[in-house]
Design a protein around this ligand. Structure first.
Ligand SMILES: [Zn+2]
Length: 115
């Protein structure tokens, strides 16, 4: 799979990129450029997984790590107790905008019902 044109892969490779507010050996976190709430972060794996369609048993560790980092970021942003939502979009109908798996962390206001 070519990842040459993938903006998230480019950010993952460029350790000096200014956008990430968190990095470790498996994921990085950026603020969504079109936030829908006061807190709107993206938790992004360093490896290129185009979407949930590419997830299998081998991806359990990275998927689990994304949740751990999301909660750590929620704590840093001060929304753990007030509440937040984690969203993983899959494919066109969901509005997945970038074909590199990413988890949205949304909080800082009362969120509406899903659906
Ligand atoms: Zn990518």
């Amino acid at each position: 799979m070519s990842t040459g044109g993938c903006i998230f892969c480019a950010m993952a490779r460029d350790s000096a990129h200014e956008s990430p507010i968190y990095r470790d050996e498996q994921v990085f976190v950026v603020r969504d450029i079109n936030p829908v709430a006061d807190v709107h972060l993206l938790v992004i794996p360093n490896i290129h997984l185009a979407s949930l369609a590419y997830i299998g048993p081998g991806q359990v560790p990275i998927m689990g790590h994304m949740f751990v980092v999301a909660e750590e970021m929620a704590r840093r942003e001060g929304v753990t107790l007030s509440g937040y939502r984690l969203v993983l979009n899959q494919g066109e109908d969901s509005g997945q905008a970038i074909e590199h798996l990413h988890m949205h962390l949304i909080g800082g206001r009362q969120l509406g019902a899903l659906g």
